[in-house]
Design a protein around this ligand. Structure first.
Ligand code: MSP
Length: 477
């Protein structure tokens, strides 16, 4: 079977409108998907919404609407923003869809068949914001450090999953790279958690009706994280065998705060159900605002719509990915967006394109790729090789840095060569070489930018081909 390159994003809680953090992950996945499509691979990008659980039920109750009506509105919000941001996903999975519910029940049937489910009493502290049980040592002054709320004491009968049966095998697979977690530091964090030891986790809830009924005991609902993780299979048609056209996932993109669920719970469930493990997890750092995670509960979110309005779609995609390396957490410098836009897009990429197209048309030069300056040709090759190496490792920030460096090199070449002076001196041969070098280099630059800024890159490439002068990124004042 000819397997597609399968890439996933987390499914976002249908509790609030998407913010810049969600947009960052989805744009990251979209760029990777576009990059692979450009390489003529068959690609499948899955995203969606996580619609069950206590948090969703509480938000719906607060709005005084039925949970289903509430999540319908939220899912539509997500779909609308992804459309605006030019995200080309292949399926949008919602956990309230009947096909998802059927997939969850089938996977859990397989887990049960393996003898990995047992019933026990549970008493613990549940954080609705995290949708997980916390231990005393997780708390700071009695509160969840992420949500700054006191977790609720819960005492109920639950069905448990025998996680402990699989932890050693998972650690082995992570160490051998069979389950690759990148960057390495994130893999080490996961290995640390595994090393410290984990208890079995509860895969059902007794007193929460907004969820998928557990077939074993329909008075219980499936724990929302178990429900949610299975989206990666239901979104490609599991249990129909055709899901293997996509599965195992080539890369699952997630934020660092949910790595334990994806690197431990998820592989354990899959091992138990006899389903192959994903090949890779790419774990990115989180956007912080003044050092704090961006989240609705903290009231510090940045709405991607405001950015799109000010900068346009492609520039917003660019700004999102050019804050800092995805390998670490970092503050979003929203107050510097204008400067970054003007410096890199207007004065960098846009200015280079305007200069080159203007000179080509003014001096009536037809670029000839066989007569280009070997020094610049070598520099273009070096930068584009570095770009590809970064993209293969999902280092989008780093790949963009190479495009910025390429643009600077080409702009510098204009200053060095002063084509207007060459023209004045009447040296047509040199003029032909300099402008051909610039046209070819600029073409490569915008080809590299296609997955990041599809519309603007296509406009730029068309302008270069037709000899049209284009103001790609008007300056913002
Ligand atoms: N519903 C769960 C995920 C289930 S996946 C089986 C969830 N949803 S969420 O809405 O909270 O989204 C979490 C994901 O959104 C993060 O893992 C990350 O990909 C993205 N981000 C949310 N906040 C973010 C930042 N502040 N910064 C960067 N990405 C962020 O967890």
């Amino acid at each position: 079977m000819n397997k597609a390159f399968y890439i996933t994003t987390p499914i976002y809680y249908a509790t609030a409108r998407p913010h810049l953090g969600h947009a960052f992950t989805t744009v990251t996945a979209d760029v990777i998907a576009r990059y692979h499509r450009q390489k003529k691979e068959k690609v499948f990008l899955l995203t969606g919404t996580d619609e069950h659980g206590a948090k969703v039920a509480a938000c719906a109750a607060q709005e005084k609407v039925e949970p289903q009506a509430f999540v319908d509105t939220m899912a539509a919000e997500y779909q609308a923003i992804w459309k605006t941001l030019d995200i080309k996903y292949d399926n949008f999975i919602r956990t309230t869809l009947p096909e998802h519910i059927a997939a969850v029940q089938e996977l859990l049937r397989r887990v049960e068949k393996s003898g990995d489910i047992y019933k026990a009493d549970y008493e613990g502290l549940y954080c609705v914001g995290c949708e997980k049980f916390l231990t005393e040592k997780d708390l700071v002054e009695g509160k969840c450090p992420d949500h700054k709320t006191s977790p609720k004491p819960v005492k109920e009968k639950n069905y448990f999953f025998k996680l402990s049966r699989y932890t050693a095998e998972i650690a082995k697979k992570i160490k051998s790279g069979e389950l690759e977690i990148s960057p390495k530091e994130r893999a080490n964090e996961v290995l640390g958690i595994l090393d410290a030891g984990l208890s079995d986790f509860s895969l059902s809830r007794e007193k929460l009706s907004w969820g998928i009924p557990l077939e074993l005991d329909t008075k219980q609902t499936v724990y929302v994280w178990v429900d949610a993780l299975i989206n990666y299979l239901s979104g490609i048609g599991f249990p129909d065998e055709n899901y293997k056209k996509y599965w195992p996932a080539d890369v699952q993109v997630i934020g660092a705060e949910i790595s334990k669920f994806h690197a431990i719970f998820w592989p354990a469930l899959l091992l138990s159900a006899g389903v192959a493990l994903p090949k890779k997890l790419f774990v990115h750092g989180l956007f912080t605002v003044n050092g704090e995670k961006m989240s609705k509960s903290r009231g510090n979110i940045i709405d991607p719509r405001a950015l799109i309005k000010r900068y346009g779609v492609d520039a917003t995609r660019f700004l999102l990915l050019s804050q800092f390396s995805a390998e670490r957490h970092g503050n979003v410098a929203a107050d510097l967006f204008d400067k970054q836009y003007n410096d890199t897009l207007a004065n960098g990429f846009g200015n280079l394109l305007a200069r080159v197209t203007k000179m080509l048309s003014q001096y009536e030069v037809k670029p000839d790729a066989s007569h280009i300056d070997p020094v610049i040709a070598a520099s273009v090759k070096e930068k584009s090789d570095a770009y590809h190496a970064h993209l293969e490792k999902f280092q989008l920030f780093e790949a963009l840095q190479t495009t910025i460096a390429l643009c600077q090199r080409l702009n510098q070449y204009v200053e060095e060569k002063k084509p207007w002076a060459i023209k004045k001196a009447g040296d047509e041969k040199s003029l032909q070489q300099v402008l051909s070098t610039l046209a070819t280099g600029t073409q490569t630059l915008f080809e590299l930018l296609i997955p990041f800024m599809p519309t603007k890159s296509a406009e730029a490439l068309k302008g270069l081909q037709d000899g049209q002068v284009i103001a790609l990124f008007p300056r913002i004042t």
